[in-house]
Design a binder for this molecule. Structure first.
Ligand code: 13P
Length: 252
């Protein structure tokens, strides 16, 4: 019922030639992956070329971020959501923990990005997740719940069907420490419960919740077996086509 999503976040890696080479290598390796949506998020500079080269394939393209502003104007350095769409992206990631931690993005800011992304016709991947201190301090659920409700504020019921949540515990990102499948399941079930309370049971039932944080070919299957894990947002292991394809083609 919920179609899984396996997404690769390339972060600030890859010049255009490398991005295209990786995308073209990936294309045939995942051509039969009808069980899930496959997407990659190249850096802004490579989106257009990668999207053009992937046209007609089952690999979709995402932006890693977008501006809070929807009107084109004097916002040096910003990329508007409709520019992403124009370049060939159909998804956008907002609220990644690296944006929150390194660039001080707040829930209000992330919420604006989600809204402009949706208004531009993109599917929005909203990232949430706690730090190690927050988990050890017993406030992980409180933090995640605040990020979820703050990030989704003022969205309409139809908007919610174009929202994907990525739960990425910060302590598991790029550290090689993955949440256990049970830890992921526990938080995903909590997220779905909060979503159901705030919105509705049917939309919570349709919500895809991805796990992110050191996802690799050898741990994807255990994660995907969990009832509330509907896919993965993969960083490091998505940079290489063969490794990422192994994750996409996990054992089902
Ligand atoms: P890693 O898979 O490298 O831990 O990164 C996860 C991530 O931040 C994806 O957005």
């Amino acid at each position: 019922m919920r179609k899984p999503v396996i997404a690769g976040n390339w972060k600030m890696y890859k010049l255009v030639a490398d991005a295209v080479a990786t995308a073209l290598a990936l294309k045939p390796l995942v051509a039969n992956a009808n069980h899930c949506e496959v997407l990659i998020a190249p850096p802004f500079t490579a989106i257009k070329t990668v999207a053009d080269r992937l046209e007609g394939s089952n690999v979709r393209v995402a932006g890693q971020d977008c501006s809070t502003e929807s009107e084109h104007g004097a916002h040096t350095g910003e990329v508007a959501a409709d520019m992403l769409r124009d370049a060939g992206a159909s998804y956008v990631i907002v609220g990644h923990s690296e944006r929150r931690q390194l660039y001080s993005e707040t829930d209000t800011f992330v919420n604006r990005k989600a809204r402009v992304g949706l208004a531009a016709g993109l599917t929005v991947i909203l990232c949430i997740g706690e730090t190690l201190e927050q988990r050890e301090g017993g406030i992980a659920e409180r933090v995640v719940s605040r990020q979820l409700t703050g990030g989704l504020r003022d969205l309409t019921a139809s908007d919610l069907d174009r929202i994907i949540i990525a739960y990425e515990p910060i302590w598991a990102i790029g550290t090689g420490l993955t949440a256990t499948p049970e830890q992921a399941q526990e938080m995903h079930a909590f997220v779905r419960r909060v979503f159901a309370e705030r919105h509705s049971e049917p939309s919570a039932g349709r919500l895809r919740i991805l796990y992110g944080g050191s996802v690799k070919p050898d741990n994807i299957t255990g994660l995907m077996k969990q009832t509330d894990v509907d896919g993965a947002l993969v960083g490091g292991a998505s940079l290489e086509a063969e490794t990422f394809a192994q994750i996409v083609n996990y054992n089902r």
